[in-house]
Design a protein around this ligand. Structure first.
Ligand code: GBH
Length: 470
């Protein structure tokens, strides 16, 4: 019998952190209320960039309904809530001088409501909604962003740090970089796959590291919190047992996850495989320098260890083959071919194929590459059409959390918590309201945005209560 076919009937560790996750732009609405400035997602959506011209202008209306949101967390029985702070709600033009007290009040109210109900807040500083005013000066391509992000983080630590013990700088550095500046399907819709994406990633790593040290030096002694970054990665399984395909799958993981994880959780620098591949392609192109920027020795020292825990978002798997790719860009630099298994069940999110054992593979990979850091799964879940009888979501969560349990019990992975994506149906970025990930259904045609628990919400509350599988 294969391990992946076993259903493990054991308990999660005592004090395992169960939670649910959301993000500001996907739930808050109130996009121009009480002094909030626009983010580049507001601009993109209101220019018709999303499916069916939908927008986050109202979304789940959580700006007005945060008490109901907290009540849902109480119903689920979870101990943690992962939400994100909208930079342009706190700082309408992105800069410290524009501090908006009403925006600060909103997050204070949410955080206080969570704490009054014994729910630990985990706050993400950047879940993709860059203030439009900072996009106007070049966004993540312009290295002045490092200081703007640091100012914003300092203000959040000052305002909320006494009550928020868990901080994430970025949600999915890869998505910010590649979807925003490589293939350009997300704002700012840039197509700079050859070189720009490497510079953006460089600025994101440096922004994270600077903010980590800011917290470490100025806030930790008072608040004793912890700071990490959420990175997203699919599992990459070699398509054959051949050495070249296994090496290609490793390369795929290094290019996607290692790009950010190796500087912050590894040796302080980009992965050796990545440096080698980009340098070689760059040389073959006739360039005198690699398209991949370099960290100074000083920066490498600062990068290394700039974290208190690992945040991982995981949803799906692909098979990888070695394959020469003649493009001189981030994809071509990897020299591989990607495919999915037609046997894996799909979902209403086209990219999301269900392959539970991929999570265990990825957790083991992180254990081995980065010295088994304490790790929160900060997102995991599946999309459907929003039905209340969401058996496919229950199946997905059951199987993925069971693979996570195997990683903890059999492999010794230091997984300390799990945040289900998502607490409720919400704005699924460019897909608008056509793909639903919630434990709670939200009625988007009802001005009250009524929330109703799905079968998966009852299932999840039972898992949380029993803390495992009997
Ligand atoms: C997460 O990204 C996000 O953090 C969260 O906000 C989101 O709601 C959740 O997933 C569910 O999607 O349009 O076909 O080209 C997961 C990584 C990056 C996967 C964007 C899908 C778009 C693929 N996602 N990607 S496609």
């Amino acid at each position: 019998i294969r391990e992946k076919d076993i259903f493990l009937r054991e308990q999660f560790p005592r004090n395992f952190a169960w939670g649910a996750a959301t993000a500001a732009y996907q739930i808050e609405g109130a996009y121009n209320e009480d002094g909030k400035g626009p983010s580049f997602w507001d601009t993109f959506a209101n220019n018709g960039g999303l499916a069916f011209q939908q927008t986050g202008n109202v979304a789940c209306d959580s700006y007005h309904q945060y008490k109901r949101d907290v009540q849902m967390l109480v119903e689920l029985g979870v101990s943690h809530y992962r939400f994100s702070i909208s930079w342009s709600r706190v700082l309408p033009n992105g800069r410290a001088e524009s501090l908006n007290q009403l925006g600060v009040d909103y997050y204070n109210n949410l955080i206080n409501e969570l704490r009054a109900n014994n729910i630990v807040p985990m706050a993400t500083l950047y879940h993709w909604d860059l203030p439009q005013a900072l996009d106007d000066i070049g966004g993540w391509e312009n290295e002045t962003i490092i200081d703007y992000f640091n100012d914003y983080a300092r203000i959040c630590f000052e305002q909320f740090g006494d009550r928020v013990p868990l901080w994430l700088t970025f949600n999915e550095a890869y998505v910010v970089t590649w979807l925003g500046y490589g293939i350009g399907i997300f704002p700012p819709n840039e197509h700079k796959a050859e070189r720009g994406v490497y510079n953006v990633a460089h600025n994101i790593v440096r922004s994270h590291v600077k903010v980590y040290h800011l917290y470490d030096k100025q806030f930790r002694q008072h608040y004793h919190g912890r700071v990490g970054i959420t990175l997203d990665c699919d599992w990459k399984e070699p398509a054959t047992t051949g050495a070249m395909d296994r090496y290609a799958a490793e390369r795929a993981l290094q290019f996607k996850l290692g790009w950010f994880a190796n500087p912050i959780y590894g040796n302080g620098d980009y992965p050796a495989e990545m440096k080698h591949s980009v340098a070689k392609k760059s040389r073959d192109q006739g360039l005198s320098k690699s398209r991949l920027p370099e960290f100074t020795e000083e920066e490498k020292k600062m990068n290394k260890g700039a974290n208190d825990f690992f945040g991982l978002n995981h949803y799906t798997t692909q098979y990888i083959r070695d394959n020469y790719d003649n493009r001189n860009n981030y994809e071509g630099d990897q020299n591989l071919y990607t495919k999915v298994d037609d046997c894996w069940p799909g979902s209403t999110a086209g990219w999301l194929k269900v392959n539970p054992w991929g999570l265990r593979g990825l957790l083991r990979w992180i254990r081995d590459r980065y010295n088994n850091p304490p790790l929160f799964v900060t997102e995991n879940g599946v999309g459907d059409d929003g039905t209340l009888h969401d058996q496919s979501r229950i199946d997905y969560y059951t199987k993925y959390t069971n693979e996570m349990l195997k990683a903890i019990k059999w492999d010794g992975c230091n997984v300390v918590g799990y945040m289900a994506w998502s607490l409720m149906d919400n704005l699924e970025w460019t897909s608008g309201y056509t793909v639903k990930f919630g434990l709670y259904n939200v009625n988007f045609t009802d001005p009250a945005r009524t929330r109703t628990p799905k079968d998966s919400a009852r299932w999840y509350s039972n898992l949380v209560r029993t803390n495992g599988y009997n």
